[in-house]
Ligand binder design. Structure first.
Ligand SMILES: Cc1ncc(C[n+]2csc(CCOP(=O)(O)OP(=O)(O)O)c2C)c(N)n1
Ligand SMILES: [Mg+2]
Length: 544
């Protein structure tokens, strides 16, 4: 026996070899062999309360570290529960791997326990999805999943692991262990191509560089800031389903029609940019596309009807590095346009400083984010999470952006609380704040129990307007004032629910009470929920 290894041990040791420490999981018959193997491989199992939460945590891990986060769920219904969350990770271009238990190979087609075509289910929401077919190749499968998740445009990968393969024993010299992926697979932009892009930028009157979700991490934000400095060309990240109307981007919708050259730096040309068509952008806009995926470069060509000046297949971060290197020591253009653009992107209406609630025992969203801002600013390693509808948009418009997680291009609400737990595992010390609406909060409330059990403190600032307000606002806009119905919630005491789960909870109904409540929540050292009663206000539309 000693010269053999169990399939489950091959999986666990392969993960350890690839540098994995934390596995986000929810138990089940099909994967208990991996729970057992985790003991010897020294993997820390973070056992959550819904499979979607495990995927969201792996997603957050991937976004924050650049290394694949790992979710491990059981077969059949466990796997099915995980699927929706993969959509969020795919649209956020987040590297992660979902490992699902699976009926034994000998059960297939015979009505096995929880048997269902799992790889087919996950295929549309992953970069790759398959079922392992040999115990000796389990390690190679894990390595391949890592490679695909991190190469090109990052994203989720799924592998189903039949239970008989996990229980099988394999001769040690027959095991195919994973290769450690290497960064060199990121395609670079050739110097001549970079020079051509810089030339086009210097010739343009009003150029703009737009990046996508894969560049929204801290390192890439720094890279984009340096690229903006070096080229005097504004660089923005479009990373949520609201697209150009993301309050983070200020008056971007006023800026866009003035642009004459749009450089897509790993940004998929899609609905978030209105396909760069008029009236969002000028009808004679010229474009350059740089993307790691030939299929997306082709789509950009198709969608731009001959307005694409050039297209390159390259990794956007590496392309940015080459552009920086080639721009070094040159003055690409003066800074007049950049200053004009920055005023629109970073400016906020003056009245926001004075916005106050009109009703008793409620705050205006602006009265929440004015006092929260200094706490988010204080520590550069602070992680800020914004999730939900109208309230979170006020947060995205008023809070500084550095290490931030948002729900993303999928436009799926609900991941915020799982994100906060994963963020705390990545970041041991600096504050973690999660800004959520009350509807959104309900998706994964039970993860407060996980957070308490695992001692993962963070502060959730919950905007409670007793309503699914984003949808209520759609009813108001589309159907009229007397047609808002069916979107109300209770002004529930979520703070008490969190306290009952062992966390720290406070109710805030007056603006003056919020700052001290944040102090107490941080000082509690517990997972905390500040339940702030707010007025039901539409997301800001920023015109300057
Ligand atoms: C998974 C998912 N379900 C439904 C929606 C539609 N949706 C978007 S925002 C929203 C309302 C959110 O309510 P809340 O969290 O209370 O935020 P508010 O808009 O009230 O500030 C809903 C239902 C969605 N985007 N994602
Ligand atoms: Mg609400």
């Amino acid at each position: 026996m000693s010269n053999t290894l169990r399939g489950a041990d091959i999986v666990a040791r392969s993960l350890a070899r690839l540098g994995v420490k934390n596995v986000f999981t929810l138990s089940g018959n099909h994967i208990m062999s991996i729970f057992d193997a985790a003991l010897d491989a020294d993997l820390d199992l973070v056992h959550v309360r819904h499979e979607a939460a495990a995927v969201h945590m792996a997603d957050a891990w991937g976004r924050l570290t650049g290394q694949p986060g790992i979710a491990l769920v059981t077969g059949g219904p466990g796997h099915a529960n995980a699927i929706g969350a993969l959509f969020t990770a795919l649209a956020a271009e987040s590297p992660m791997v979902l490992l699902s238990g699976h009926a034994a190979t000998w059960e297939l087609g015979r009505g096995g326990f929880q048997e269902i075509r799992q790889a087919d289910m996950a295929a549309p929401v992953t970069k790759a999805s398959w079922t392992s077919s040999a115990a000796r190749a389990l390690g190679r499968d894990i390595g391949e999943a890592f490679r695909i998740a991190t190469s090109g445009r990052p994203g989720p990968v799924h592998v189903s692991l039949p239970s008989d393969l996990l229980d099988a024993r394999v001769a040690i010299d027959a095991i195919a262990w994973p290769n450690v992926p290497n960064r060199a697979t990121r395609l670079r932009l050739a110097d001549a191509a970079a020079d051509a892009v810089l030339e086009a930028i210097s010739q343009a009157a009003k150029p703009l560089i737009v990046a996508g979700p894969m560049l929204s991490n801290v390192g890439s934000r720094d890279l984009l800031a340096r690229l903006e400095d070096a080229t005097n060309t504004p660089c923005v990240i479009v990373e949520i389903a609201r697209g150009m109307a993301d309050a983070t981007l200020g008056a971007f919708t006023d800026l866009a029609p003035r642009v004459d050259l749009l450089v897509l730096l790993g940004k998929a040309l899609d609905f978030t940019l209105q396909w760069a068509k008029s009236p969002a952008f000028a009808a004679d806009l010229r474009l350059i596309a740089i993307d790691p995926e030939p299929a997306l470069v082709e789509r950009a060509i198709r969608e731009t009807d001959g307005r694409l000046a050039a297209a390159y297949v390259a990794h956007p971060a590496r392309a940015a590095e080459t552009l920086l290197a080639r721009a070094h020591g040159k003055t690409i253009r003066d800074d007049a346009w950049r200053r004009e653009a920055r005023a629109l992107l970073d400016g906020r209406p003056e009245v926001w400083q004075k916005l106050a609630a009109q009703s008793a025992q409620k705050l205006h969203p602006a009265e929440v984010f004015r006092p929260l801002r200094p706490y988010v600013e204080r520590d550069p390693d602070c992680v800020l999470i914004c999730d939900g509808g109208e309230f979170a948009q006020w947060g995205q418009g008023m809070l500084p952006v550095r290490r931030r997680l948002v729900n993303g291009v999928a436009g799926a609400i609900g991941a915020g609380l799982p994100f906060a737990l994963a963020a705390r595992l990545v970041e041991p010390k600096a504050p973690v704040f999660a800004v959520l609406g009350d509807g959104t909060f309900g998706f994964h409330l039970a993860e407060f129990e996980t957070a308490v059990r695992r001692n993962l403190p963070f502060v959730c600032v919950l905007g409670n307007d007793a309503r699914w307000n984003a949808e209520s606002q759609i009813q108001l806009r589309a159907y009229g004032a007397n047609r808002q119905h069916g979107c109300d919630l209770l002004p529930a005491r979520y703070d008490q629910a969190v306290a009952a789960l062992g966390g720290y909870g406070e109710l805030v109904e007056r603006a003056a009470d919020l700052g001290p409540a944040i102090e107490r929540a941080l000082a509690s050292g517990k997972p905390a929920c500040i339940n702030v009663m707010i007025e039901s206000i539409a997301a800001p539309s920023i015109r300057l």
